[in-house]
Ligand binder design. Structure first.
Ligand code: BGC
Length: 737
């Protein structure tokens, strides 16, 4: 009997132990994710659900500690992993293990016109995020370049919806292959920084659909982004972070987005709108609670206690919070709770080399008269480098994308290192703009303050230039407020700090002058005819100097193409020509409509300084005659455009072959032509390749505002094959029947 009793006891114990050991459904990765979400949701209290919907620190939000569901950790984005800030403050936490690799700015990535570079970028930055235990990377940004004054253009991918779409998708795939969510931003219409919190953007549905949304749509539908960030501005009178039309109707209902909508930091204004209009997670709200220092200020967020109170009384149904939590749990299961995700790596040489490769492919050779570039080191004894940007720390600044990098090679150091001791590299300041030693809470560790008079700096540079074999001026913009920097816009297209005078003066004393512009925006170039060689370099990150040096001496052959139009003057951009920037009385109206960038200059027959898609090489490409598979196109047909391209120069090089389509006659105004495909090919000297593009009916469509759908009208079209939007090599006619 005793034996039987003890046997029964052992049996019970085993039973209850095995019940205890049984993995709860939400933790069982072999089960469908939606079942796991429902299981976790069932176990959560209302308070736990609400806690997930808002920040608990500057960059984190709560998980469910009782259930072992981890917190979510966000990081900027989009060019490197932001250094740790204090729990409740923007100030640096002062960690010593958070110095990242700074990758080139997204304008540079776009200028590579190479989706493979996007994949490399995304994978590498995702690895950095993963290693630092961040599960959401706040990037990439795909707001369209509407005006060259926008202080944040450097964080975006240019003026063309097709280019931005093709480039954003692989970035997202790369990031998310690490089990880190890409958070695409800023959805939508955040095309200026002036009045960014209060401006209501008015535009036609057509401009919205054709110009401003395609890259977001591609990010969601093709990139399968797991997160998206609402923009600060308003659309249809509602802030974009809780916008019925953008978030519920388009993002969720039309595009079937199943990820998390994160607010921009401080972009939330209302509990009910946040509850009902698509927002899942509220971040960065500056409630009174924070400034007054209440014990847990985050409880005062719109999606915190005020939300909870309305849920408790039943004013807001529990299903509303449940839907948000479903999205958040989906994010967590895809990232933090995916046991198969890789471990990541951080600050590695491999990542630095990825950055360098992208930088070298993104630098654009704008002009090279007399083949001053590449610099022939066998014939060079002395190089003069002039300009503040040759020595200035550039990864620091610009706002939220500011970085603490493990290393940053300046252009001057990069050049010195590359040319070695056989060439004398001399430096002259030329102009002095920098007045401070810190930016965005990060000390640059650099004191480059120089208060000598402008005339003294210029004559010093010109004296040195007289005896130099080559002069390299490195200037442009920087990431200080009012230049390429968040929160503000630039005030003019011109270069700051009197740089035009320095460049003109140098061009008079040395004919081997190279101007390197470092910027994320177009700048005016009144000296363009006086200067033989111009390189558009971007903010290139850790390896900036090495990349610039390798282009200058020809180790790398330039192959970048402009992702936006360099117009001669501000009024050559539609927004400015029509006086529709920056808006007034809380409203800005995009009256230029779909005519943004080259769509505007072509319509107005304006010759840009350097056109969209432009970029030279040290070798030369000959385009053969393009052909089209048929002159007629039916609705389901796919036409093929084929063009032979040959490298007829002496060096291996890469060329971006571009296909534009123009509609000859249509019931609505259409651009002369629009980019619909491109391909970057590498050719050895003498080598020839056929490039093939497919055209489907989708490439012919416009957004019909009456029908609220994409429509192609029968009639004649032209396919333009070119090396840029203005350097067209073949024009082919075809007809949609
Ligand atoms: C920026 C976002 C950024 C966030 C967090 C905001 O001011 O607009 O792009 O991700 O701050 O730093």
């Amino acid at each position: 009997m005793k034996k039987l009793k003890s046997l029964a006891f052992v049996g019970l114990l085993t039973l209850s132990l095995s019940a205890q050991n049984k993995v709860p459904l939400y933790l069982d990765e072999s089960k469908p994710i939606e079942d796991r979400i429902e299981d976790a949701l069932k176990r959560m209290t209302l308070e736990e659900k609400v806690a997930m919907c808002h920040a608990q620190s500057k960059f984190s939000s709560a998980g469910v500690s009782r259930l072992g569901i981890p917190d979510n950790w966000m990081t900027d984005g989009p060019h490197g992993i932001r250094p740790e800030v204090l729990w409740d403050e923007w100030n640096q936490a002062g960690w010593t293990n958070d110095s990242c690799i700074a990758f080139p700015a997204l304008t540079c990535l776009a200028a590579t016109w190479n989706p493979e570079m996007s994949m490399l970028y995304g994978k590498a930055i995702g690895e950095e995020a993963r290693y630092r235990n961040k599960n959401v990377l706040l990037g990439p940004g795909v707001n369209i370049y509407r005006t060259p004054l926008n202080g944040r253009n450097f964080e975006y991918m240019g003026e063309d919806p097709h280019l931005a779409s093709r480039m954003v998708v692989p970035y997202i795939h790369g990031v998310q292959s690490n089990g880190v969510a890409a958070c695409v931003k800023h959805y939508a219409l955040n095309n200026q920084e002036v009045y960014r919190h209060s401006i209501n953007v008015n535009l036609s549905d057509r401009a919205l659909r054709e110009i401003y949304l395609p890259a977001f749509k591609a990010a969601v539908q093709e990139g399968k982004a797991w997160a998206i960030m609402g923009a600060y501005n308003l659309y249809k009178g509602q802030h974009c972070c809780h916008n019925q039309y953008l978030l519920n109707d388009i993002l969720r209902d039309e595009w079937k987005f199943d990820g998390v909508v994160v607010s921009d930091w401080g972009g939330v204004y209302d509990t009910e709108q946040s509850a009902y209009n698509g927002l899942d997670m509220e971040f960065g709200t500056w409630t009174d609670g924070l400034t007054e220092g209440k014990s847990f200020a985050y409880n005062n967020y719109f999606l915190a206690d005020p939300f909870l109170a309305q849920l408790r009384t039943g004013k807001i149904a529990e299903s509303v919070v449940d839907n948000k939590v479903r999205n958040i749990l989906r994010l967590t299961f895809r990232t933090n709770m995916n046991s198969k995700r890789p471990w990541g790596s951080f600050g590695t040489e491999e990542h630095a080399l990825v950055g360098r490769k992208i930088a070298e492919e993104g630098i654009v050779l704008l002009q090279n008269k007399g083949n001053v570039l590449p610099i022939d080191l066998n014939k060079t004894k002395k190089i003069l480098v002039v300009g503040e940007n040759a020595i200035k720390v550039m990864v620091v600044g610009g706002g939220s994308s500011s970085l603490k990098a493990k290393h940053e090679i300046s252009p001057l150091d990069g050049i010195k290192k590359r040319v070695g001791s056989s060439v004398d590299v001399v430096y002259a300041r030329g102009y002095a703009g920098e007045k401070s030693k810190a930016q965005d809470g990060l000390a640059t560790g650099q004191d480059i303050f120089d208060d000598r008079a402008e005339s003294v700096l210029i004559s010093e540079a010109c004296e040195a230039a007289k005896t130099a074999d080559a002069v390299i001026f490195v200037g442009g913009l920087n990431k200080n407020n009012g230049q390429d920097c968040e929160s503000h816009d630039r005030s003019e297209l011109g270069l700051p700090y009197g740089q035009d005078k320095v460049i003109s003066a140098l061009s008079k004393v040395n004919k081997n002058l190279v101007v390197v512009i470092i910027s994320g925006n177009a700048v005016a170039m009144p000296w363009v005819k006086e200067v033989p060689s111009i390189l558009q370099s971007w903010y290139l990150g850790s390896e900036a100097g090495n990349a610039i040096a390798s282009i200058l001496v020809g180790d790398a052959n330039p192959s970048g193409k402009l992702p936006f139009t360099f117009a001669e003057k501000l009024n050559d951009y539609g927004a400015h020509a029509l006086g529709e920037y920056p808006g007034e009385k809380g409203n800005v109206t995009y009256n230029e409509d779909i005519f943004v960038g080259y769509r505007w200059t072509e319509k107005q027959k304006i010759k840009p300084l350097f056109s969209f898609g432009h970029g030279l090489s040290y070798t030369e490409f000959a385009y053969g005659k393009a052909s089209i598979s048929s002159k007629n196109m039916g609705e389901k047909d796919i036409l093929t455009v084929t063009v032979p391209v040959k490298n007829i120069g002496q060096l291996t090089g890469k060329e971006v072959v571009q296909l534009y389509i123009g509609d000859e006659k249509c019931s609505v105004p259409r651009p002369v032509k629009e980019l619909k495909a491109f391909e970057k090919i590498s050719l050895k000297a003498g080598q020839e390749k056929n490039v093939e593009f497919k055209i489907s009916i989708d490439d012919l469509k416009f957004y019909d505002e009456n029908k609220k759908e994409w429509v192609a009208e029968n009639g004649k079209f032209k396919a333009y094959v070119g090396a840029s939007s203005t350097d067209i090599k073949s024009v082919l006619d075809f007809e949609l029947k």
